[in-house]
Structure formats: C-alpha cells, structure tokens
Design a protein around this ligand. Structure first.
Ligand code: M5T
Length: 259
C-alpha cells in the first residue's frame, strides 16, 4: 500500500542508566590506555547490571493513526515518549519518524505571561486555528470568567489557575504547534470525567483526526477509539495491536490498567 509511516519502532530497548555503562566503558578504555588493567579487566564490569526500562518494543503507525500507550504505574509509558523525543537513547533497535514532534509532558508547566502567550508559545496568532483549539480544549468558558479573557496574565502577579486549567492550556499549546507527530503524556490529569470525555472526543479524536498521535491513557473508552494499543508491563510489551485483538488475545487486560 502507499501509506506513509508516522512512527515506527523496531526491536527497541533502552535503559535510563545507560549513561553509567558508557562512563564505565570510558574508564575501562582509559585504564587500558594507561596500562592499569591486564587480562581480567572484564571482571568488574560484568557485575554491572543495567535494568532495561523498555524491552524489544515493536510498533508501526501509519500517518494519522492514534496509538494509546497503557500500563500500570512505572511500566514505562513516559519513557516510551522520551525515547521518541530522543531524550532516552535506545541501546538497541531503530526508531523512525519525520522529526517534527510536538510534546505535552505529564506535568503541566506555565511560563510568565498571558494565557494566550502560553498557548502560542512564540508562534504567530492564527485566529481560526487558535479558536478551534481553545474550543476543543474547553477553555472558552474559563476565559469568559477572567478579567482580560485569554489576555489575562498568569503566574507571577497574575491569576492562579486550577490544575485542570493548567493541563488544558498545556494540551492547547501542544496542539497549536504544527507537527507530524503529537505526543500527549496523560493529558487529562485533574479533569473531571465529563470534561475528559469531551476533550478526548473533540480535540484528540476530531480536531486532530489527521495527525499521528501517541496518547498515554489507561481509560477503556480511549483504548476503544485508538487505532493501535500498546500495553506495557514492567517495560515489556504485554500487548500490541487493535482493541478487538486485545480483547481476544488478552482477556484479562483490564487488571493491568488499574493504577
Ligand atoms: C519507568 C524510570 C522510572 C521508572 C521507569 C521518565 C523517567 C523514568 N525513569 C527514569 O529513571 N527517568 C525518567 O526520566 O523509568 O517510568 P515511567 O516511564 O515514568 O513509567 P510510567 O509513565 O508508566 O509511569 P506513571 O506512574 O507515570 O504511570 O523506574 O523511575
């Protein structure tokens, strides 16, 4: 078929302590160069055990697909996104994507300035794009309650936002940026169930329908609507495929979604 790949991972493994291994390798090389080590130089280094955070991950998304990344706490969901971003370098395997990535981290952050500045984040204001995004992120009603709407300053000396408002502003910022691949790490934290449902539908599913999306979420409703699901367990790929394949191959899967 003539479909374009939006994201591909081939047999990818990684560990967060990879830097330590590199450091020891460097010391080993230097010691060797200085003549400090003889034949048994491997002894110490073989005892160094590096825990992989992700093990042999394989996935392939065509352009415009949505991948849901699920799994219990500490299973490696954020690490998978960090790997796509290039923050976590794979020890093995290959990752392919176009390189134009927009990322919304798990912890929302706000810079000093107006709400609008925080969403545009240096990009030019396009009224149509901006309005569709703030509507889809349910921010319009919030702006109406503020003295200067979205031109109200936040952070130092400005209004204090709720956790849910911060989360939605950060999501809007990530969506406003033009990219080929969107990485959304648990974008619905601090939102009530109804708001989460609305934003998932209007923003992630509809507004972003043509975009390749990687969304960290454990909600059953979200998994049902994703084109592909990866279910991680202790860094292993417990399942990868569609929702109907998940039900058929892993009927016990919901136990891994809690927590
Ligand atoms: C998986 C470690 C973390 C845990 C494992 C992001 C990150 C993670 N880790 C680091 O050492 N450095 C880092 O920068 O990796 O953690 P995770 O990928 O955050 O798992 P998760 O997203 O599935 O967990 P949660 O709780 O956010 O749902 O050993 O210490």
């Amino acid at each position: 078929s003539l479909t374009t790949v939006g994201l591909e991972m081939i047999n990818v493994s990684a560990s967060w302590d990879e830097g330590i291994v590199e450091l020891f390798e460097k010391i080993k090389r230097e010691n060797k160069a200085n003549g400090h080590l003889t034949g048994d130089d491997g002894l110490f280094f073989t005892n160094l055990y590096v825990t992989p955070v992700l093990k042999s991950i394989n996935l392939r998304l065509e352009e415009g697909m949505m991948l849901a990344v699920a799994g219990s706490t500490g299973s490696g969901k954020s690490s998978l996104l960090m790997m796509i971003l290039g923050e976590l370098v794979p020890s093995e395997g290959k990752i392919k994507h176009s390189g134009r990535v927009s990322y919304s981290p798990q912890t929302s952050w706000i810079m000093p300035g107006t709400i609008r500045d925080n969403i545009l984040f240096g990009l030019t204001y396009d009224e149509y794009r901006y309005t569709s995004i703030i509507r889809a992120c349910q921010l319009e009603e919030d702006f109406d309650l503020l003295p200067d709407k979205d031109k109200t300053p936040i952070a130092e000396g400005g209004v204090t936002l709720s956790g849910g408002q911060r989360a939605r502003i950060c999501l809007a910022r990530a969506v406003y940026k033009d990219a080929d691949l969107y990485l959304l790490d648990a974008p619905f934290t601090h939102l009530d169930i109804a708001t989460e449902k609305e934003i998932f539908d209007k923003c992630v599913c509809k507004l972003m329908a043509s975009k390749t999306r990687v969304v960290v979420t454990c909600k059953l409703e979200h998994l049902k609507r994703a084109d592909r699901i990866i279910l991680l367990h202790n860094g292993d790929c417990y399942f990868y495929g569609t929702f109907s394949e998940l039900q058929a191959q892993r009927p016990d899967f919901s136990s891994l979604l809690l927590g």
